[in-house]
Design a protein around this ligand. Sequence first.
Ligand code: GAR
Length: 197
Amino acid sequence: MLKIGVLASGGGTNLQALIDAIESKSLAAEIAAVISGNPAAYALERAKRHDIMSYYVKKGSYTAQDDYDKALADIFNRHGVDLVVLAGFLPILGPAFIREFERRVINIHPSLIPAFCGKGYYGIKVHEAALASGVKVTGATVHFVDEGTDSGPIILQKAVEVKDGDTPESLQRRVMEEAEWILLPKAVGMFAEGLLK
Ligand code: GAR
């Protein structure tokens, strides 16, 4: 069975979508470990509630990016992780981590890449930018992670309508409900079935 390692910094609703898909048997995989760089991340609490090994790794404790990358990779390797999922993870991962898990790291981003992505676009900021630009459609993207920011090959995308009167928060919620929580388990399932090249 595919073993997943999840990196999450925030609320962990995408982690929860994976947990739910696994528990309802619509996704044949196991979450082997969850790592956060934020000790207060609710994602860690979700992991604990579902008996998933969880770790807090403080980036500030490492002076070199390579050492930080190695610390994260060591945890996942110890758990025999096959696929790493970035589910709202803020710290930058360096080339040492990406190379260790080459073509085995995927990310969920809350826009239709190449719109509203790259440096500085994360979480609510993405939805603020979408509303400021006046687009009528946004969405979410699951993509492989390469050494750039939001630049790896796209796996799945889903469009979501922007409605009159949306706030960044209401748009974020709709993008999560209508796109992210569906796309992420689906992409992991496709990886598990060997459908992704
Ligand atoms: C999600 O909307 C995810 O797409 C986004 O952070 C949020 C995390 O929410 N990720 C990025 O913006 C990455 N560039 P969650 O902790 O509830 O899953």
